[in-house]
Write a protein that binds this ligand. Structure first.
Ligand code: IDP
Ligand code: MG
Length: 136
């Protein structure tokens, strides 16, 4: 089994798309290993998005991810589950995301692209320990 970190971002929870997004992951054959609706602190948001700290959109990104509750989850499946989730998510910019993907079907704005998924086995491990430090 393999695990990856997924966040239904505040826009997804606000738009009541949490169920729709989780349903897509489950229909694909993935399982929920942990889930919690959380209002993300700036401290954790800045740690989570540390790789983007020097980007011009960083402040906006931290404002966005902390503005209202997000559904933070550990998703479980076969080897390279992170890749399965990334394929279901679609391209970062929803305008480029293919139809059939979460971002391609449900989002249109770069700033409000509904979902985060770890982008490698290493980032999955690091993000799971940041968000769910006690998880076995
Ligand atoms: P990812 O979410 O597909 O992994 P990343 O490049 O890691 O994409 O960027 C993290 C998040 O930062 C994106 O999901 C998006 O919300 C936001 N973001 C990325 N690039 C831009 C930008 O150019 N303007 C505004 N927000 C951006
Ligand atoms: Mg990323």
């Amino acid at each position: 089994m393999d695990r990856t970190l997924v966040i239904v971002k505040p826009d997804g929870v606000e738009r009541r798309l949490t169920g729709e997004i989780i349903a897509r992951l489950e229909r694909k054959g993935l399982s929920i290993a942990a889930a919690e609706l959380r209002t993300i602190s700036r401290e954790v948001a800045e740690a989570h998005y540390g790789e983007h700290a020097d980007k011009p959109f960083f402040g906006e990104l931290v404002d966005f991810i902390t503005r209202s509750p997000a559904m933070v989850m550990v998703i479980e499946g076969p080897q390279d589950t992170y890749k399965v989730v990334r394929n279901l998510m679609g391209a970062t910019n929803p305008k480029d995301a293919a139809p059939g993907t979460i971002r391609g079907d449900l989002a249109i704005d770069m700033g409000e692209n509904l979902i985060h998924g770890s982008d490698s086995p290493e980032s999955a491990e690091q993000e799971i320990s940041l968000w769910f430090p006690g998880l076995a």
